[in-house]
Structure formats: C-alpha cells, structure tokens
Write a protein that binds this ligand. Structure first.
Ligand SMILES: [Mg+2]
Length: 297
C-alpha cells in the first residue's frame, strides 16, 4: 500500500495559517523580481504575451506563464531547480515577514495552540523554496505550481499547476491532515469531532481575486479570511470589495512586523481559538458522558 504524508490529530488544538505568496508576502510577482528581466523581457510585455498565449490556445494562464518561462530561458541559461531557488532567495518580502512565522508559532505555544504555516500559491514552488523562511523550515507544506526536472536537472514538464479554484483542494488536505497531493483519501468522510484542523481554526491570508474561492470557503465555514494590501501604496479598493461581498472578515496592511495591525489581529485570532477550544473540549466530554449513559454499549 502506498504511504502518504499524513498528520494525525492530538489533544492540542492546531491553527493553520495559509498564505498566498505574490503581493501577500512579497510586494510583487516573484517572476518579476529578476527572472523576467534576465530573460530579456520587459515585465508587462512578458505577462501580456503569456496571457495572450493562454487565450489563443485555451490554456490555463499558469501553464502559459510556465511555458513562457521555459521558452524564454532557452537562449539565456539552464532553467534548473537551483536557478529558480536562487531567484527565490532574492525575492523582496514585506516588512516583518522573515521572523513572523517563528514569532506567531511562539505566541501560539504560549496560549496552548500549535500554529502551522502553509503556502498555497499559483507562483513557483522552486522559487518559494529558495526563500529564507522555506530554507529554515517555517512552512509545514508549500503548495504551489512546480516543474519536473530530468536527471540532468533540466526542466522537463510542469508537475503541478495551481490556479484560483484548485487552490481550495489544499484547504481540505490541511483540514484532514492528508498533506500528500496524491492522497486519494482527501474526500474521505471524517466525523466533525475527528477532523484535525476544523475550518474554524483555519486562517487564509491573501490579496486579490485569485484568493476568493479559498477566502470564501474559509469564511463560510467559520474560519478567518484576511485581505492584505500594500502598506506603501495603501490601495484598499480590492479589500473593500472583498469585505463588502463577504469574502474576507478583516483587512490589514501587509506589514508583518511585531505590533503591526496584522500581528495584533493574528494574536486576537489565537486568543479566540484558545478560549473556544477549551469550551469545545468540555462540550465533547459532556456529550460523550451523556451518550454512554443513554446508549450504553
Ligand atoms: Mg497574490
């Protein structure tokens, strides 16, 4: 039988914080911070051509940008995992991002909550893996588009492509602890009290339309969806629209430093989770005691 990467439920409640990457943790698209320039393209031209290619061939836009990246690299350099990780290591991050993950984990620990961080991005896994946070093991799992490389380390084929609707499947994997992307039991029925991370303990942080299906799913099920906006440009139009249409519950500038609005908000969510889970445990205990009296085995 195939072995899949699974996490099991233990007595300590878990809060999963899921992040989009581009414009949520980083102020720009990851490909536009060195890669596109190095293959000799103007950034806007690259995206325009990539989106036109997608339209002309009925192709997923993410597959189209991956194709375009491979094609454009051909006469410039070998597109390897290392080359992509190297571009990822240079990606600019919003203020406070680098130490946010360990800081939030630590705060959760103090409140009796295990905090786990997950990336769900249409960007490239190999680039995210090059960031300091990934290299220091801050993420439980990175779900992102990725390439398959041949034995010589050269890019051969897309191995994953993640768009705005396929992003949602990862929330179900995280919820059940069935983290392997090929684990078919993601659709298995699990009793609500046995679910490892119920939706009420899922936080989704994103910036735009591509996050809407995830935000809506989390929100509808009692979790916490947060819209972030660039603290420098202060453009809030997207978050205003998202809160008006019930996609998010909160918005804040993408400033992850200590005592920022987002830092305070996440601590409030952890505090709420800690209190709620104490009551939930009491309810489950009372319920099972009553059950064993009413329906003895
Ligand atoms: Mg984004």
């Amino acid at each position: 039988m195939a072995e899949y990467e699974r996490k099991t439920k233990d007595s300590k409640p878990v809060l999963a914080i899921c992040y989009d990457f581009d414009r949520t943790l980083s102020p720009d698209d990851m490909q536009a911070q060195g890669y596109i320039q190095d293959v000799g393209y103007d950034v806007d031209k690259f995206w325009t051509e990539s989106n036109q290619f997608a339209k002309a061939h009925n192709m997923d836009r993410n597959l189209a940008y991956m194709y375009k990246m491979v094609e454009a690299a051909k006469n410039n350099f070998v597109l390897s995992r290392e080359a992509l990780a190297n571009y990822g290591s240079k990606v600019k991050l919003f203020n406070g991002v680098e130490d946010w993950f360990s800081r939030v984990k630590q705060y959760g620990e103090e409140k009796g909550i295990t905090v786990e961080h997950y990336i769900i991005s249409s960007g490239l896994k190999e680039m995210i893996e090059g960031t300091l946070m990934a290299r220091t093991g801050q993420f439980e799992k990175i779900y992102a588009s990725s390439f398959y490389f041949d034995e010589g380390g050269k890019v051969k084929w897309p191995s994953q492509v993640i768009n705005y609707t396929t992003k949602t499947q990862f929330l179900f994997r995280i919820q059940k602890g069935f983290l392997d992307i090929n684990d078919p039991d993601v659709n298995k029925y699990i009793k609500p009290e046995d679910i490892r991370i119920p939706f009420r303990n899922i936080v989704y942080i994103g910036d735009s339309d591509t996050d809407i299906p995830c935000m809506r799913l989390v929100n509808m099920n009692g979790g916490h969806s947060i819209g972030v906006y660039n603290p420098e440009t202060k453009e809030k139009e997207k978050v205003y629209k998202m809160i008006d249409t019930n996609r998010i519950r909160y918005f804040a500038p993408a400033d992850y430093s200590k005592d920022s609005e987002l830092d305070i908000l996440i601590k409030e969510i952890i505090n709420k989770t800690a209190s709620y889970e104490i009551l939930e445990k009491r309810f489950i205990n009372n319920h099972s005691e009553a059950n064993s009296f009413i329906k003895p085995c």
